[in-house]
Design a protein around this ligand. Sequence first.
Ligand SMILES: Cc1cc2nc3c(=O)[nH]c(=O)nc-3n(C[C@H](O)[C@H](O)[C@H](O)COP(=O)(O)O)c2cc1C
Length: 403
Amino acid sequence: MSDRQVPKWADFKPLLRVKPIEFNRTARQLAGALTISDLRAIARRRVPRGVFEYTDGAAESEISLRRARQLFRDVQFNPSVLRDVADADMTTLVLGRDASVPFAFAPTGYTRMMHHEGERAVVRVAERRGIPYALSTMGTTTIEDVALAAPDARKWFQLYVWTDRRVGEDLMTRAQAAGFEALILTVDVPVGASRLRELRNGFSLPPALTARTILETATHPAWWLNLLTTSPLTFALLTSSGGTLGEVADKLFDPSMTIVDLEWLRSFWHGPLIIKGIQTVDDARRVVDAGADAIVVSNHGGRQLDRAPVPLRLVPDVVDAVGDRTEVWVDSGIMTGGDIVAAIALGARATLVGRAYLYGLMAGGERGVDRAAELLTREVRRTMQLLGVSSIGELQPSHVQLP
Ligand SMILES: Cc1cc2nc3c(=O)[nH]c(=O)nc-3n(C[C@H](O)[C@H](O)[C@H](O)COP(=O)(O)O)c2cc1C
């Protein structure tokens, strides 16, 4: 039997770890968030239910989103050991220029609803961290204000094509004048989707004061105070009579658009053109033949067609078909840096992340977006090192096995 003794202060003292007290609740919560899923859990408590569901939700039975996330989880990594991974260089060439990490902030609509700092918060983080940022047509901050908020960020403008072509022409001219580097044309929204969580919550844009939302004022007073004491929450780039996003899309955007319209687009946009929402190898070939500089294999984060192809699954075939002529990017379902590494290993040049940074934004504004970017960046680096690679170029399909 071991001898026992009465513990003395001198025995305790070396074990004591007194951490400085963080009085700011947001900072404390963000520091405690170790994953994007943790940020999601904080976000859920921070914003009214309708706002969270709008962001978190997807179309119809949400099968597209679930399958996209599941395939990332099902990835098996094959590491190489005994390699020098003291440094892992995450730099990658995107549209011919260095990006500090292989991911960019995806275009997302109605961002100021998730947090009153909205697009400005996101683009400032993008600027500080060298991450490209895409402003949505459905944004809540103007092109010019986004440019002012982060003059040195790499900024891309995402376009939906209006039935009235002049609106798109005007937006492209403004984006070019404000120094936006590239245009992303989103092609998977010929019509609005059925997002059931939005419909069930009676969600509308702008948020309507109904009996339910007034009740929510009591549970989320800070969010409402910010909403009502900052500039009115409206679409910054379009005028709409309101409704769900699907209704707005159906009223304004042109479902008759075809590949021939890319010529029209090209005559107005003189920089790189990215086509977002490619979901078959054939379409990848068609848009590259028509002059796309990059394509995003994407199902819109599961927010458009339900039971759509899983983007990650398509990457190897699309890269085989057009990878020598264009950059192939991918998004939908990315929740960790490991997901990003898997996509790059399978041949994607870069990834977009949407909800991952929006959860951060809802959880804590600019600081929350920064935390999301920090977590993803750390995870990318650590996954590369554990795989035995020290640069993005060393990632190979053999590092990843898909079921
Ligand atoms: C709340 C929200 C709003 C979005 N709004 C747009 C948009 O206005 N234009 C667009 O091209 N894509 C939009 N997307 C899709 C994203 O650009 C991206 O394709 C998607 O979020 C990727 O999936 P992930 O959220 O799992 O990362 C939106 C996504 C979310 C979650």
